[in-house]
Design a binder for this molecule. Structure first.
Ligand code: UT7
Length: 326
């Protein structure tokens, strides 16, 4: 059996935060942010909004796009670096919000690679015939786990959500997939406190250990490397060449990462989806939001071959090759 995307949706908070607002918060400039990252704006959720709220909105739109009802969903896989809480799973909270009463629900923790891990997992449940319709959601309210005193990281992140419904298809679909991890790089990008290693106490709060910490330079080098290798792996596994690929939709972390990896691949930048200028890095939500935007812009047509490629904390990385069904 083949698995493919039969519905897609995305949802972004209304509030736009331009670089000029960051100039008032930390010692930075619009010029530095644009030159080093390509980011101009990001969206920021209201104080009462959590990841499941944005995820549920994106999920409703994806289910509608698939011409299904929430009751038709058999399983929900949620990927988030900023989940509602450690437990229960954000997927369960989304399940309740959208009333997907027949769905099993669980979370995947693969940070910015979460959507690619989730999509790969969903495809297995469809290909074995175990389930008919699996919803994969990437949703983030990173603004609540961002250290707004740290200019190295606070300029990067934004809030948003994207979702897809994965079901059985007759042709094409999720053709090949490749996932990787290297836990020896765990400390390069982390939210250190609040778990059992560093439980919340006075010092963890005082030392700002409940916010994202990143070694930007090391993550940058890692990202360029695995972007290239993961892309090559899925193309080779599918017995294709990069010339056969219509569009690459990468994780939207930094335009310089995308430019460097695409140069190494000798792939035309015109066939790469970029929207990080508008939204910044939305971790697990970056790829589904960019994919939905590419569909609406007419950049993806039925039968097109697209690659989703991601990298992030863990360290984790992965890519999926899809022959588009919609
Ligand atoms: O989604 C998960 C994956 N995450 C990523 O892929 C992020 C990967 N890393 C990056 O995108 C980049 O490393 C950053 C954008 C985070 C940083 O860019 P960079 O070109 O690697 O800058 P840098 O860290 O080497 O810093 C260069 C200089 C430093 O000053 P000195 O030491 O040269 O005097 C920083 O202190 O820029 C300074 N700097 C800033 N200046 C103005 C760092 N952040 C800022 C800032 N505004 N916001």
């Amino acid at each position: 059996m083949r698995a493919g995307i039969i519905g897609i949706g995305s949802f972004l908070p209304d509030k736009v935060m331009p670089n000029s607002e960051l100039e008032k918060i930390v010692d930075t400039t619009n010029e530095w942010i644009v030159e080093r990252t390509g980011i101009l704006n990001r969206r920021i959720a209201q104080a009462h909004i959590s990841s499941s709220d944005l995820g549920a909105e994106a999920a409703r739109l994806a289910i509608k796009d698939a011409n299904l009802k929430a009751e038709d969903i058999d399983m929900i896989i949620s990927a988030s670096s900023s989940p509602d809480c450690t437990f229960p799973a954000t997927a369960c909270i989304i399940q309740d919000k959208i009333r997907a009463i027949n769905a099993a629900a669980f979370d995947i923790q693969a940070a910015c690679t979460g959507f690619v891990y989730g999509l790969t997992t969903a495809a297995q449940f469809i290909m074995t015939g175990k389930y008919k319709n699996v919803l994969v959601v990437g949703s983030e309210v990173l603004s609540k786990v961002t250290d707004w005193q740290d200019r190295n990281t606070c300029i990067l992140f934004g809030d948003g959500a994207g979702a897809v419904v994965v079901s059985q298809v007759q042709k094409g679909g999720i053709t090949t997939s490749f996932l990787g991890a290297d836990g020896s790089g765990a400390n390069l990008l982390e939210l250190p406190a609040g778990g059992t290693k560093e439980p919340a106490d006075y010092d963890t709060v005082k030392n700002r250990r409940h916010y994202i910490k990143m070694n930007g330079n090391e993550v940058f080098k890692f990202a360029v490397k695995v972007f290239e290798s993961s892309t090559r792996r899925v193309v080779e596994k599918a017995n294709l060449t990069l010339d056969d690929i219509d569009l690459i939709i990468p994780h939207q972390a930094n335009i310089r990462i995308i430019d460097a990896a695409v140069r190494r691949l000798k792939f035309p930048i015109e066939r790469v989806m970029v929207n990080l200028d508008k939204y910044g890095n939305m971790s697990s939500a970056s790829i589904p939001v960019a994919m939905h935007e590419a569909v609406r812009m007419g950049k993806i047509k039925k039968g097109d071959k697209i690659i989703l490629v991601a990298f992030g904390a863990g360290l984790t990385w992965g890519a999926v090759l899809i022959e588009w069904n919609l």
